[in-house]
Write a protein that binds this ligand. Structure first.
Ligand code: AMP
Length: 393
């Protein structure tokens, strides 16, 4: 279902309450990576251009429902002021008279940042009274925090019901456009690449991708559980033993649906899970005492060839322990191939996004999802509370 977007929202001169994702990494009060703040700029600048009064709210870290200066958003207000070239007012309260007064003091084009919404236990409980108090600050609502839309919290979902209009910001609109295409209207041949540590964590998304994609490439730690099902030896590689049955079912489902699941046919192995462990090449069967930490060169080549042929690629999860330089080649080869693919390419999930960044290919990907858990749940076909709450277009 298409949702109202911020560019179609009547925001001229209005007070617009915007949920952003300013959950940035901090070292004391120094922001070590401002990517998330920069990502919110288009929506904020659009509203400023409309002469709206933009009231921003976000969470930061896990303050567990009470005020904690360690998780204050004050440093974010300072950084946002620099990025916008305009002073952003900071309100040390989220709701109540002080917040109301801060909003009343705003003039057209002003931007105000409220303190961390998770300083209130009511936020994560999606408490209606708290939601209503938040809503009383604005005339309309905009959500641009895709990373939290799978959570039914007051500032992400509860608040929306008190507005006539609740719109998607530019970040969420782009997520809906691309992830929506992968879910409802994929281009064929559609290739899904799933990696990462455990089968159990991604079973639902694999199932959903299997229904929609033509081919599924599997890599990373989860591949060994599938190889074990096929009767291969996996040495001391990651094994998701409780989910062996599920892996077997997925392989059977792929046959039934006439879909292809491709698994690694060679590996890079080591004697220990360590960045210092010497990397060794290994065929499909892994001997005792060795663990697979990356896909091998033959597998990389097979996967690259598949990726090159795809009209649409969705990639979630690394092909190996790319954090260790000796075991990053397979993940980087996939990243490079996804970037070179002429089709629509989508990368979702924290680790594959980090891998794409490290491989230096991010600017050649059609869409990099900003929400790990949220993009997985979206691709699983689940209804996300923070999206459902928005006004239909
Ligand atoms: P996930 O969060 O499930 O996408 O998993 C990402 C993590 O899986 C990364 O930190 C990788 O280091 C890890 N990983 C990928 N391949 C392997 C492997 N072969 N053995 C152990 N861990 C792996």
């Amino acid at each position: 279902m298409a949702k109202l977007t911020v560019d179609s929202l009547d925001s001229k001169g209005k007070k617009i309450l915007v949920r952003v994702d300013f959950n940035v990494p901090l070292d004391g009060d120094r922001i070590t990576d401002d990517t998330r703040i920069r990502a919110a700029l288009p929506t904020i600048q659009h509203l400023m251009g409309q002469g709206a009064r933009t009231i921003l709210m976000s969470h930061l870290g896990r303050p567990k429902g009470e005020p904690n200066p360690k998780y204050s958003l004050a440093p974010v207000a300072a950084r946002l002021s620099e990025l916008l070239g305009k002073k952003v007012a900071f309100c040390p309260k989220v709701i109540g008279p002080q917040a109301q007064e801060a909003v009343a003091a705003m003039t057209a084009g002003d931007v105000l940042l409220l303190e961390n919404v998770r300083f209130h236990a009511e936020e994560e409980k999606n408490d209606p009274t708290f939601s209503k108090e938040l809503a009383s600050l604005g005339d309309a609502f905009v959500s641009d925090a895709f990373g939290t839309v799978h959570r039914a919290h007051a500032s992400t979902a509860g608040v929306a019901q008190y507005f006539k209009q609740a719109a998607a910001g530019f970040l969420i609109a782009k997520e809906l456009q691309f992830l929506g295409m992968a879910l409802d209207n994929p281009k064929s041949p559609y290739l899904a690449i799933v990696g990462g540590a455990k089968v159990g964590d991604k079973i639902t998304v694999i199932n959903s991708l299997l229904q929609r994609a033509d081919t599924l490439l599997i890599g990373g730690g989860m591949a060994y559980t599938f190889l074990k099902v096929q009767g291969h030896t996996i040495g001391t590689s990651l094994l998701d033993a409780p989910n062996l049955g599920l892996a077997e079912e997925l392989l059977a489902t792929s046959k039934r649906l006439n879909k292809r699941i491709l698994l690694p046919s060679d590996h890079v192995v080591a004697g220990a899970f360590s960045a210092e462990a010497p990397a060794e090449a290994c065929g499909i069967d892994i001997p005792d005492g060795k663990m697979g930490l990356d896909i091998g060169p033959e597998t990389s080549k097979r996967y690259q060839d598949e990726i090159a042929k795809a009209a649409m690629v969705v990639w979630n999860g690394p092909m190996g322990v790319f954090e260790f330089p000796a075991f990053k080649k397979g993940t980087f080869a996939v990243a490079e191939a996804v970037a070179a693919c002429k089709g629509v390419t989508i990368v979702g999930g924290g680790d594959s996004v980090a891998a794409a960044n490290q491989a230096g290919v991010s600017d050649r990907i059609s869409h990099i999802s900003t929400g790990g858990g949220a993009s997985l749940e979206f691709l699983e076909g689940k209804k996300l509370p923070g999206i459902e709450a928005l006004t239909n277009a």
